[in-house]
Design a protein around this ligand. Structure first.
Ligand SMILES: C[S@@+](CC[C@H](N)C(=O)[O-])C[C@H]1O[C@@H](n2cnc3c(N)ncnc32)[C@H](O)[C@@H]1O
Length: 211
């Protein structure tokens, strides 16, 4: 598998977060799985889960190839990684019909256009079980206030590459989430000035947490 250095750095803190928040035997949809590095790592380290990876059409063959290269014994005994599906969050017909306990997405909000975010949130609400979780990992600012200078320069760098990209406003995202029925639950500081924004699609049972 071709490894992303950022994924190598964030996969362990993200694993700890998922272990704390996911219910047992969770069915998880991942949006923008990239090279499948997170899918492979969580599939290996969370004892029982179904991890549905997805990508846009242009990256789908690479993702499927990477995950197909995983041997069964590289996954936890009760972990399942179904064939990755095509999903562009702006294409309503591409959202899967299945229901999920959680949706996870890492480092995608600043890559997709800001206008795609309400579509992402509405699609997530549609595929989550009541009380399901959305976990969005990446850099965010709060109404223009950045938690670190490095995120401000990353934002400028992204916008110089493509004006449609940019570090997103967590406050705005939380308002947009509320508008589609997703309740902001937590906002967890992560290493290297990243955050995980956690939302719920209804009353969330903390008793579902793993020990
Ligand atoms: C920087 S990569 C992150 C990949 C991986 N999640 C990771 O953490 O390494 C950005 C991802 O956002 C995805 N993406 C961008 N726009 C998208 C959209 N409209 N719908 C779904 N995924 C999108 C890209 O396909 C790509 O996989």
């Amino acid at each position: 598998m071709v490894l992303s250095p950022a994924c190598e750095r964030n996969k362990q803190p993200l694993l700890a977060l998922l272990q704390a928040w996911l219910p047992e035997r969770a069915r998880v949809l991942e949006i923008g799985s990239g090279n499948g590095q997170h899918a492979a790592y969580f599939g290996a380290n969370i004892p029982a889960l179904t991890w549905q990876a997805s990508e846009r059409q242009e990256g789908l063959a690479i993702l499927r190839g990477q995950l197909a290269g995983l041997a069964r014994q590289e996954l936890a005994p009760a972990a399942e990684l179904p064939t990755a599906i095509r999903l562009d969050v702006t294409e309503a017909e591409q959202w899967p019909n299945g229901r999920f306990d959680a949706v996870f997405s890492a480092n995608t909000c600043h890559i997709m256009p800001a206008l795609a975010l309400p579509q992402l949130l509405a699609g997530v609400h549609q595929v989550l079980e009541p009380g399901g979780l959305l976990l969005l990992y990446g850099p965010f600012h709060d109404g223009g206030v950045h938690t670190a200078a490095s995120n401000l320069s990353f934002d400028a760098h992204l916008r110089s590459l493509d004006p449609a990209m940019g570090v997103r406003d967590a406050l705005e995202l939380k308002q947009q989430a509320l508008a589609v029925g997703l309740e902001p639950l937590d906002d967890v500081a992560m290493p290297t000035n990243n955050r995980t924004l956690i939302f719920s699609s209804g009353p969330w049972q903390s008793s579902r947490m793993l020990p």
